[in-house]
Write a protein that binds this ligand. Sequence first.
Ligand SMILES: Cc1cc2nc3c(=O)[nH]c(=O)nc-3n(C[C@H](O)[C@H](O)[C@H](O)COP(=O)(O)OP(=O)(O)OC[C@H]3O[C@@H](n4cnc5c(N)ncnc54)[C@H](O)[C@@H]3O)c2cc1C
Length: 508
Amino acid sequence: MKKYDAVVIGAGNGGLAAAVRLLQGGARVLVVEKHNLPGGFATSFRRGRFEFEASLHELNDFGTADNAGDVRVLFDELGVTDKIEWMQIPEAYRVISREEKLDATMPFGVAAFVDRMEQYVPGSRASVQKFFDLAEEVRLAQAYSSSVNGNTDSKYMVSRFGNFVRSGSYSVNEVLAALKMPKKARDILNAYWCYLGAHCDDLSFVHYASMVNRYMMRGASMPKMRSHEISLAFVERIRELGGEVWFNTEAVRILTDEKDGGVAGVVFADGTQVEARHVVANCAPHVVYGKMMDKVPAEEVRATNARKFAGRGFSMFLGLDRSADDLGIENHNYFLYDTMDTVRQYERMRTIADNDVQATVCLNRADPDCSPKGTCMMYFTTLYMSDDWANVTPQEYYKVKNSVASRMIDRFEQDTGAKIRDHIEEISVATPMTYARYCGHPQGVIYGYESQYWDGLMPRLLMMGEDHRIRGLRFAGGYAMRLSGYSSAYFSGEIAGRQTVGDIKREG
Ligand SMILES: Cc1cc2nc3c(=O)[nH]c(=O)nc-3n(C[C@H](O)[C@H](O)[C@H](O)COP(=O)(O)OP(=O)(O)OC[C@H]3O[C@@H](n4cnc5c(N)ncnc54)[C@H](O)[C@@H]3O)c2cc1C
């Protein structure tokens, strides 16, 4: 039996970052991935003459060499930044909401954002600037918390980051109301909520503020050759550092030690076993505890079952036979909502019948050459806040999938005035079933566990030290302590890798 210090199950963003950190810490590492290519959602696929990005709308907190975000700093440390060609996204977003007759296009840059908001909502400047001041304090407090692995000194926190502590347990809506921000400004500022997949009564202010602040400070980035380029860079780096990556290898069981119940090895679908006292799982705890382990501590089962699955994904990818200019597609990144009342909007997103929300990208607005001359590419994504797709029978599946896709096209045309339907050369649609099958996530969830008051970013980071009940088992990726999203998954992988190196060293 081959022997490793650690096995990483899954080569998604979290697993790849964890593997590099483990190798940098001197561990012998095996990464296993059930697919024949790395990345999980961070990949691309071809249809005809188009290479579609599978998931990434924009990478938050990466920045540029002279305005580096935390993700770039992390990638520098991991040794992958220079293996990738980067480009910047031109503007933050265009948000259109029917109920409020809202149509606003927001730029990157804190000052530019505040100025544009003042143009749309005269008198909003002071409250929006206060939001960014508070958001910056949140960012600095989080950086301090990470630097001490969550073991923060409460006196220091209160004296240095008092407003962070005061706002830490409130929702987005509560804090924006306390800042006396005009309603229209709140509506525009809240446009990103669907990226975090929880409505603004539930969504932790510090989580949201931290994300918005990072977008505005550093802009957003995209690898030239889609997110697949990042995933390939990580695999190259893992191999440079002496790690092994086995594709087409599904982990089916985690073996445990009879004495302490901790990790002893991993069994793969073809029956091969390897010995390891450490596993970083880049998949859902529901799957690991439900399918891969015999004995799981009762408190771990209870904690896992108490969590709420976040949005189930649905995406449509279009290759169009005209340029974005010809078709009147003006922006890179659109959010189309029925209402900016995020609680009511969230409720509508529970069912296939009622959900018309979309986050839509035209990649050519960031990279005009990403598709052949005279064409353009778009991808449309929505989330379902319940498992309504489980109610679709196999007989109805194609009909329902096509009708949702068709509604997405209608909605985009009606809300933006661009005409795309007659120019579709390639179309591909992914439903929650596709996502469940591709990455193995329950119900086709693409955002891990939903951010809740008791289970948001701060509680998870604060509990990081204690949230580890099975010796040798840690989690990385969208279900882990940083919640979902690219940047979060890379960070959680880095943390899980670093923690595991510490575990290995302590064992001697
Ligand atoms: C359509 C779409 C749009 C998105 N847009 C954005 C965006 O613009 N910005 C953003 O930040 N985030 C976005 N996200 C979310 C982002 O893609 C995810 O949060 C992130 O990629 C999750 O990474 P992960 O580490 O959890 O790994 P995953 O991508 O979930 O990958 C897990 C990997 O583990 C493998 N695996 C699972 N089980 C096993 C096993 N038993 N054995 C071997 N291998 C296994 C899977 O095959 C997979 O490769 C989007 C997601 C989707 C689907």
